[in-house]
Design a protein. Structure first.
Length: 94
């Protein structure tokens, strides 16, 4: 795993607000982690007796969720928007 520098100008191409970019990337990273947890099938009894301590031969190291989300953001693969509110200030159903 290598560390690469990231120009903030690349993020500014997608949005002018760095805080917005951080929130979008963080939410996408949470989605990625949630999807990975659903895909993983844990055997609770194996964890209780300590079988999870040994490395699995089928183990594949995945890219970190934040790194994957950042790359998706920079490549323009993430779409986001703001909720549309009605006159009463409630979110409109589209």
């Amino acid at each position: 795993m290598s560390i690469e520098t990231l120009s903030l100008r690349e993020i500014e191409k997608q949005t002018k607000d760095m805080y917005e970019a951080a929130v979008v990337i963080a939410r996408r990273a949470r989605q990625i982690v949630a999807d990975r947890v659903v895909e993983t099938d844990f055997d609770e009894t194996a964890e209780e007796i300590g079988l999870m301590d040994e490395p699995d031969e089928e183990y594949v190291e995945l890219e970190k969720a934040t790194t994957q989300a950042l790359h998706e953001f920079l490549n323009g693969e993430i779409e986001w928007g703001y909720p549309v509110l009605d006159e009463e200030g409630e979110v409109k159903e589209e």
